[in-house]
Design a protein. Sequence first.
Length: 254
Amino acid sequence: MEELQEIGTDMLRHVAEICERENIHYCLFFGSMLGAVRHHGPIPWDYDIDIAVHEDELDRFLAAMEKELPPKYWVDFRSSVDTPKCFPRIGLTGYDTHSLHIDVYRMVGFPDSLKKSKAIVKYGRLLLEMKLVKNADLEDYSGKKKEKIQKLRKLLVFTSPEFITKRFDALCRRYSFAKCNKVGLNACKGGIRYIYEKEMIEDTILVDYLDFKVRIPREYDRILRGFYGDYMKPPRQELIDAEMSGEYRIRALR
């Protein structure tokens, strides 16, 4: 856990520095935002890192990361060593990004219409489920879950991962972030519940994260209460112990 946190924190340090230098809008999200607020660093029993980047700036973000990240890290998105992903991850060079990564969520525009927003969320979830089935490593599954994936793969035999990715990209860019009043993650993450007024996400502040600074939404309190309720209260010890006792595996790229 400590080694994974050390690598993840160093990745985040470089990503934050590059975004500040290139004036790219980003912010921490989910548990990483919570860690920055409650622990001024990573949550002690968690190594996952989540950030969000404006969809309108995603291409510029990716170009900057490809050019300026140290060689020991890589951008896993449109890579020849893996089927194309629907959203980027940054990982340790030479290893897959299944376990050790920074998730780069796409902060996309949503229409004011609730009905249209629900339709986008539903379609986005379907595309991600299809992508999961196509990309799943069957070594990670067993029993009924494995059988289900195998059956679904037969139904999707004529649907390529590249086709799914293109459809997801088009969905994320259907409504411009810059022109919308509402925004959400990855066109479907969290559903309607996690669609926000744009100013809640767009206005960010710098906070301490160990020995460097990162950006979080200025309205972090409202967002974190929506995720976790009384977020300053740590979870029960048995839940922490369960998380700490997990098996952490990073695999060399085949």
